[in-house]
Design a protein around this ligand. Structure first.
Ligand SMILES: [Zn+2]
Length: 127
């Protein structure tokens, strides 16, 4: 995917871990998301407790739960924000995935607002 910014810069989205892209969760949804993850963890604990008597592989249970949690996070954060690294414009999805454009107030606005909270310390971690 490409976004053609008004300033002439082209914003590419064709890989993972993009420093100028963020997914976001509405504050109204964040506690629901935490609750759903908590439920999935509680279910995992119960399943692990039952695993020995049912001869179930715990690693499979953990892997399945991690997949479920990842899917839940994706369900709650499907919308994205991109920031043009040249002019700082923001491209923000609404609930219908229509992109709205916001222009920086002035040149002092950082143009890397979407990068990792770890800043320069961030490193790709494939796990
Ligand atoms: Zn731009």
């Amino acid at each position: 995917m490409k976004i053609f910014c008004e300033c002439g810069h082209i914003i590419h989205d064709n890989t993972d871990c993009i420093s100028y892209k963020a997914s976001f969760i509405a504050d109204q949804d964040s506690s629901d998301l935490r609750y759903k993850i908590e439920e999935q963890i509680k279910k995992l604990v119960t399943n692990i407790e039952d695993a020995a008597s049912n001869k179930i592989d715990v690693d499979v249970l953990i892997e399945d739960t991690m997949t479920d949690i990842s899917d839940t996070i994706t369900d709650y954060s499907p919308r994205t924000i991109y920031q043009c690294s040249e002019c700082g414009r923001l491209f923000v999805d609404d609930n219908q995935f229509y992109t709205h454009v916001f222009i920086s107030q002035d040149n002092s606005v950082p143009k890397n607002l979407m990068r990792s909270i770890k800043g320069d310390e961030w490193k790709f971690n494939p796990h």
